[in-house]
Design a protein around this ligand. Structure first.
Ligand code: UD1
Length: 361
């Protein structure tokens, strides 16, 4: 059997790496290849993750780069179709909810090639998020849907997806975290940035809702500035956010107690998450990683497609009223913390379960 897994953007790499390792056990019967669409292309958004996660160079690189959603999605489809026609795989695997996910699943489905979606069923119920459109469309055309949390099962059932296509397997991204948490302890990033365990706040921001309008970006940076009077802040800045801070002329809001850096590689970032007193983010994956690590997390969004991180984990959905977010952050920094547990099947063995299911089809 020939399988091609697709990666495109930063959050995909840590989901495909454990699958790639799990497929090695089956290399007599399954040929597993990796296709990188090139949606993310900067060294710090892509290459460093291949190194940190010990992923081999991709077998195919489509080099599509940026563009509008339509341009990016269309370019990926055109290039990926050529690979599918040449390679004739039996199945493709897509992960998460980025443009590469929907583009490649649609291309494969139209050629009659089976599609497996890892991280299926998550819903924010907010169709203004491009990722929500990507999730809904990918799930409806997938043949095998691998689900990370209970809410995914419920959502897929309500949407009428046949039960025999759906498998509750746990979280592949957490497999990577389990594999690399020990190695991340060798990272020198804490020394390099001169921070200590539980003595800083880690911040990531890249959602269009928060960073694409000057007013909301200004408000959120003011909030960070206020928090930095209390604690040092580490702020690795996503290219989208960096470009907007510059074009809106907001650079001088950031105080000297905010360490602004380029995007950070996987092992260094795991070290920073594990040791933070608080994480403030609008990311999807970091909500899950902080829950696994038992680190306090405030999510600057009005909804989450990962509700288990709030009901069982240490995540709080605080919304986009940044005054309220600042107050909540201060409460946490002063000791008012939320306890959490690790959701079912987030045990480091999800990729093994997925590969075992796929090897039996
Ligand atoms: C994408 C995903 C989002 C995910 C995020 C993680 C979609 C719809 N969105 O959003 O779900 O959470 O990745 O990072 O797929 N850029 C660079 N270098 C790069 C990549 C991007 O400079 O390597 C620039 C682009 O030119 C663009 C901006 O960053 O100006 C945004 O990149 P894009 O891939 O369009 O979307 P993300 O915001 O990264």
């Amino acid at each position: 059997m020939k399988i091609i897994s697709v990666v495109g953007a930063r959050p995909n790499f840590m989901k495909v790496a454990p699958l790639h390792k799990a497929f090695k056990k089956y290399n007599n019967t399954i040929t597993h290849l990796v296709c990188h669409t090139g949606q993310h292309y900067d060294e710090k958004m892509s290459k460093v993750f291949f190194e940190d996660l010990e992923l081999p160079n991709p077998d195919f690189y489509l080099g599509v780069g940026g563009g509008s959603h339509a341009e990016q999605t269309a370019k990926i489809m055109i290039e990926f179709e050529k690979i599918l026609l040449q390679e004739k795989p039996d199945l493709i695997i897509v992960v998460g909810d980025v443009n590469s996910t929907v583009a490649c699943s649609l291309t494969a489905a139209k050629l009659g090639i089976k599609v497996a979606h890892v991280e299926a069923g998550l819903r924010s119920f907010d169709r203004t998020m491009p990722e929500e459109i990507n999730r809904v469309l990918t799930d409806v055309i997938s043949d095998y849907l691998f689900v990370t949390e209970d809410s995914g099962l419920t959502n897929l059932k309500i949407e009428g997806i046949l039960e025999e296509k759906v498998f509750f397997v746990g979280n592949c991204m957490i497999d990577s975290l389990c594999s690399y948490i020990e190695k991340s302890k060798q990272s020198t990033i804490m020394n390099d940035l001169d921070v200590q365990h539980q003595n800083y706040v880690l911040v990531t921001l890249h959602r269009p809702n928060n960073v694409d309008q000057a007013e909301s970006l200004r408000e959120v940076l003011i909030m960070l500035n206020n928090l930095s009077k209390e604690k040092k802040i580490i702020f690795p800045v996503h290219p989208r956010t960096r470009n907007n801070i510059k074009s809106f002329g907001l650079e001088n809001i950031l105080s000297t107690n905010i360490i602004v850096s380029d995007p950070i590689g996987y092992l260094d970032f795991v070290a920073l998450m594990a040791n933070a007193q608080l994480i403030v983010t609008d990311s999807g994956g970091i909500q899950e990683e902080s829950t696994y690590l038992g680190v306090q997390c405030l999510t600057l969004r009005d909804n989450t497609e990962r509700p288990v991180t709030c009901t069982m984990g240490t995540n709080t959905l605080i919304g986009t009223n940044f005054q309220k977010a600042e107050e909540a952050a201060l409460r946490i920094l002063h000791g008012d913390i939320k306890s959490g547990t690790i959701p079912p099947l987030w045990d480091g063995k999800t990729a093994e379960r997925i590969v075992s299911i796929l090897s039996n089809i």
